[in-house]
Write a protein that binds this ligand. Sequence first.
Ligand code: DX5
Ligand code: ZN
Length: 223
Amino acid sequence: MVELLPSILSADFAHLADEIAAAERGGGTVIHVDVMDGHFVPNMTLGPPVVASLRKATRMPLDCHLMIDNPNEYIAAFAEAGANWLSVHYEACTHLHRSLEMILDHGMKPGVVLNPATRVDLIEEILPMVHHVLIMSVNPGFGGQEFIPFSLDKIRRLTELRRELGLKFRIEVDGGVAHDTVAKIVQAGADLLVAGSAVFGAGRPEADARALLAAARAAAGER
Ligand code: DX5
Ligand code: ZN
């Protein structure tokens, strides 16, 4: 089942509750929250206090994507703030296995994120531990960038690995998910679609979420 995860990075931060409610009416089912520290990525966004406010504003699960150095130091704070899914970058974790165990121990669903230049096969051993793998299809840090075409090969490779290993983790894609790319992304095997500018960029989150999800479901052969 394909799901749409509106990314609040492109929303109006002064009206987050309204923006999220509109994206949910349009079919969004999980809210994607981009956490950036100005070190791991050249941009800064938000941290646990905003997540705690979002937690009160919606019943949808909060999918927190940590683009930060030393993520282990903040796992407890995100759990306390009410994050439901928590993903860490392969490139930011010297001890990835430990990071994933910490996320599990704090009662959240663990995810691992791969930058565009990181090979899918590097994470084979930890795949049984994760709830989702997030394939970055742009270099993380900013919304509104163009989808990197070779990401499709990575999604296909991960789909293949999931089948070979008999696992059930979800495959999430983030960056440049829009009308012109969504069909190929879904056909490659992705089932969690993050979209920021395609949902919030034009100021019509409900209509734009609905149209994007409809295109994704049509490509997946779902209604
Ligand atoms: C980028 C973030 C994304 C961002 C995607 O570093 O991880 O979640 O919101 O934005 P779009 O959908 O505009 O490419
Ligand atoms: Zn993200």
